[in-house]
Design a protein around this ligand. Structure first.
Ligand code: C5P
Length: 365
């Protein structure tokens, strides 16, 4: 059964009659029944629910939730609820990006509430950007996963993500343009399916936010390897999305190196291969998934990497495809298993690519 609570502002967008008709239940818009002295029992409602979804969650409501304010019926139920709470922010892009809103979101997530991240697209203001409420289908998928005990429920998943920066001196580095968006999408989806995720990421703009995602921020490949080895305890699945720098300077200058009119020679040495090192620790019960971004000889290179790095699956994206590559929101992948079975996919949003990858992983678990 679905029971709907509307704030006063919500009633300006949709009428309570519409939602009452759809939910076949009376709608809660205030503490009192039909403006009478009789009050709605918010505590009972908070205890009754198996899950509370606040969607769309405005900047104002988020702020009140974070502060524990209680000036409407929704907030009194939120404070009384003992069930898991999901919230789907919806607002203009600058309001969402504002440090105050971000602080409120982080605070709510740190207290165990589940963020349903906003989508990018056209906003009510006419601007384009991140701030749209997640699509209703996304919210339904999350709730279905919440109530379903799937393959990844309570499993431990390690994900490497983003680039690594290899120091040249105290201010310069060698790096790459990886945005970490694929790792972000995978970590979020695993967590939504009940997994405990350890997310080890090089420097990126956005890190996933979820109570079941432990984010470990690293800079260099050596740091990433150390963190992976430390966290590789009781891991069921490992997914290596990170674009680890293959080489690092032999020596980094301690201070900022000043130019002196002479050519500067830098010797680069190979970085450790994290997937390869963890592949040596892997047992039969663990599933490892690697990524490969190739420009030529794609299939042969990907297949060779499966063997060399002791992977179960490899996700190949070819730079020859349009819409594929660093920083893009879309990806076109072909997955190979260790028996060289091939699963080709169309160009898709990275969230959908993550769904395809999890589906294939399920059949190997
Ligand atoms: O760079 P390469 O194509 O070999 O990457 C293949 C896979 O190995 C990727 O999953 C990547 O995250 C991983 N890798 C790694 N450590 C490296 C290089 C790559 O874990 N030093």
């Amino acid at each position: 059964m679905v029971r709907v609570i509307m704030t006063e502002s919500a009633t300006k967008f949709v009428t309570p009659t519409t939602l009452s008709t759809l939910s076949k239940q009376p709608i809660y818009t205030s503490f009192y029944k039909n403006n009478s002295e009789e009050w709605h029992n918010h505590v009972a409602l908070g205890l009754w629910a198996d899950v509370l979804i606040i969607a769309p969650a405005s900047a104002h409501t988020l702020s009140k939730m974070a502060q524990g304010l209680c000036d409407n019926f929704l907030l009194s139920v939120f404070l009384s609820a003992r069930c898991p709470v999901y919230f789907a922010p919806a607002m203009d892009l600058d309001m969402l990006a504002h440090p105050a809103t971000q602080k409120n979101i982080n605070l709510l997530v740190s207290r165990g509430n589940h963020l349903i991240a906003s989508d990018v697209g056209e906003l009510a203001s006419g601007l384009n950007g991140k701030g749209r409420m997640a699509a209703p289908e996304t919210i339904i998928n999350i709730l279905e996963a919440h109530f379903k005990i799937g393959t990844f429920h309570n499993k431990r998943v390690l994900i490497t993500s983003g680039p690594t920066y290899e120091a040249l001196d105290s201010v310069r580095f060698i790096g790459n343009h990886s945005s970490g968006k694929m790792g972000y999408a995978l970590a979020t989806l695993f967590a939504e399916q009940g997994a405990q995720v350890v997310f080890i990421s090089g420097p990126v703009k956005d890190y996933p936010k979820h109570t079941d995602i432990k984010v470990i921020k690293v800079t260099s490949a050596d740091e990433m390897l150390d963190a992976c080895i430390q966290q590789y305890v009781k891991i069921d699945f490992a997914v290596f999305t990170a674009a680890v720098a293959d080489y690092k300077p032999n020596e980094a200058f301690e201070k900022k190196h000043k130019k002196d009119g002479n050519p500067l020679k830098i010797t680069l040495i190979e970085n450790p291969d994290i997937a390869h090192e963890l592949g040596k620790l892997k047992t039969e019960k663990q599933i490892h998934v690697g990524f490969a971004l190739e420009t030529h000889n794609e299939e042969a290179s990907a297949k060779a990497k499966i063997k060399r790095k002791n992977l179960d699956l490899i996700v190949l994206n070819s730079l020859q495809d349009i819409g594929v590559g660093f920083g893009q929101d879309t990806n076109k992948v072909t997955i190979y298993d260790r028996f060289e079975k091939r699963f080709p996919f169309d160009l898709k949003d990275k969230k959908e690519v993550a769904q395809d990858i999890l589906k294939i992983m399920e059949s190997y678990a």
